[in-house]
Ligand binder design. Structure first.
Ligand SMILES: Nc1ncnc2c1ncn2[C@@H]1O[C@H](COP(=O)(O)OP(=O)(O)OP(=O)(O)O)[C@@H](O)[C@H]1O
Length: 278
């Protein structure tokens, strides 16, 4: 019985991959280079010697069971982990060849280039317009005409302009969860980032909103490099070009998504993707 279920799930994952359009690896160079990254919360080590680059204009998925360090890795990339006082790190993270922990590298500059979208949509209690214009205003843009253009372009890029163009002055809290999440994506896009980190961006959404965000990710990778943490293996198979499998804070396998799902090299990866644990 278990075997049958596993086989069915396996087939499902594989058939999804076959219908997916992937970006070819030879087109890509790395935006992030992570070498020997260790990370501790106090005395508990959450990441062990992670070596993993993030390729430009491709989608990298991070999968693995709860507590394996996916979010921690993601938050290390934009130095959000620093907000937790007990965090210590060793190793190196380079963004476009610059060490992000170098004192000359301002964290604000890093975060402007590396945007983040969270699990639960977290719009500000402001209008749709003010949510999207927030980042550009912080960066000193005041001209109404320019802000109007940025808001329109960002909402278009987040595939929600048509739904919201007549509701720009409404409070974002009044939107559906799926709409709120796309407004949050538009807010991230408004400051013209280079990389977008997404931490389980669809886990709080219904299937239709999930599909919209997945389609959006496929569009966004034409312009941005995307790293997405997901618990949903079908989603990783559908939308990512590369997949990393984490377990107990270690990077077990990192490969082209098709290879990882169809031909995993490590037994632990195989067990996880076929649903034998996690
Ligand atoms: N703020 C924190 N303080 C202390 N320990 C933490 C903190 N955040 C995470 N951890 C620990 O670090 C480890 C990795 O957690 P992390 O949230 O990165 O895992 P995850 O793979 O993203 O999990 P999930 O899929 O459940 O979100 C876990 O053991 C977790 O308890």
């Amino acid at each position: 019985m278990t075997l049958k279920l596993d086989e069915r799930r396996d087939k499902q994952v594989k058939s999804t991959i076959l219908t997916n359009q992937k970006t070819q690896p030879e087109q890509a160079s790395n935006v992030f280079e992570v070498s020997d990254l260790n990370l501790w919360y106090g005395s508990d080590q959450a990441l062990h010697k992670i070596n993993m680059g993030i390729e430009e204009k491709r989608v990298t998925a991070i999968i693995g069971p709860s507590g394996c360090g996916k979010s921690t890795y993601l938050k290390a990339l934009n130095r959000m982990v620093e907000m937790i006082p007990v965090v210590k790190t060793s190793g190196s993270i380079k963004y476009r060849d610059k060490d992000i922990y170098d004192s000359k590298f301002l964290v604000e500059d890093l975060r402007a280039k590396v945007g983040m979208v969270f699990q639960k949509p977290n719009p500000f209690p402001k209008s749709v317009y003010d949510n999207v214009a927030y980042g550009p205003r912080v960066h000193g843009i005041k001209k109404k005409a320019l802000l109007d253009d940025i808001v329109e372009k960002s909402l278009k890029d987040a595939a929600i302009w048509d739904e919201l163009k007549d509701r720009l002055n409404e409070n974002a809290y009044g939107l559906s969860g799926g709409q709120q999440q796309r407004v949050c994506i538009a807010r991230a896009l408004a400051v013209e980032p280079d990389v977008i980190l997404m931490d389980e961006p669809t886990s709080a959404l219904d299937p239709i909103s999930t599909l919209k965000v997945e389609e959006l990710v496929q569009e966004l990778k034409k312009k941005y490099s995307i790293v997405i943490v997901t618990h949903n293996m079908q989603q990783a198979a559908r939308i990512s070009d590369k997949t990393a499998f984490f377990l107990n804070g270690e990077l077990i396998e990192f490969a082209e998504t098709d290879d990882l799902f169809q031909n995993p090299k490590d037994k632990r990866t195989e067990d996880y993707i076929t649903g034998r644990f996690g």
